[in-house]
Design a protein around this ligand. Structure first.
Ligand code: ADP
Ligand code: MG
Length: 173
């Protein structure tokens, strides 16, 4: 039993055997038996955005997963697979053998320092929105676009005069 779908990840590669990295990542996701890949978009070649000049072109895809792993556990799994593919984080937005990002986790909104869902830059990236639209129907896409983190001002007193609490952490970045 691996739960229901509605979980979308982005896959990208611009080093080495790009299609090979993406295809084997999809296989590796299913290896432990607690994740199923329900569908995957076509692979598309895209220009690199940001990062150092002269980077090779990317191959990108989006896949829908079915799993009962929590968002944090799924992110950890994605990181393990990136590591197996020799992913190195040296330069921000630099070239990479494999980048696996969690785009959507059903209707969940997560605003943690190490995990933001929906992925904060996904709607500005055609290399995400185009493959996503291939495998996700318009109604679901519209619902996903409407998901917003509820970020309250820092140290807002709780109703009823309780102690101040800190909500939202993007302001501190
Ligand atoms: P990017 O994918 O933006 O080029 P990285 O792959 O190096 O950059 O990821 C940087 C950090 O982003 C990771 O350590 C991870 O904790 C964090 N992160 C926050 N939200 C997400 C998300 N939705 N999917 C993947 N990583 C995320
Ligand atoms: Mg990433």
């Amino acid at each position: 039993m691996v739960g229901v779908g509605g979980i979308f990840i982005a896959l990208g590669s611009n080093l080495g055997d790009r299609a090979g990295h993406i295809r084997s990542a999809l296989r590796e996701l299913e290896e432990a038996g607690d994740v199923r890949v329900l569908r995957c978009s076509s692979l598309r070649e895209t220009e690199p955005t940001g990062g150092p000049p002269g980077q090779p072109m990317y191959l990108n895809a989006v896949a829908e997963l079915q799993t009962e792993l929590s968002p944090a556990d799924l992110l950890a799994r994605l990181g393990e697979i990136e590591q197996r593919h020799g992913r190195e984080r040296t330069v921000r937005n630099g070239p990479r053998t494999l980048d696996l990002d969690l785009l959507l986790y059903r209707d969940q909104v997560i605003d943690e320092p190490e995990l933001t869902v929906p992925h904060p830059r996904m709607w500005q990236r055609r290399f995400v929105t185009e493959p996503l639209a291939e495998i996700c129907d318009a109604q679901r896409l519209a619902a996903a676009r409407a998901l917003r983190p509820m970020v309250l001002p820092r140290s807002q007193p709780l109703p009823g005069g309780g102690p101040a609490r800190s909500v939202g952490n993007r302001n501190s970045e």
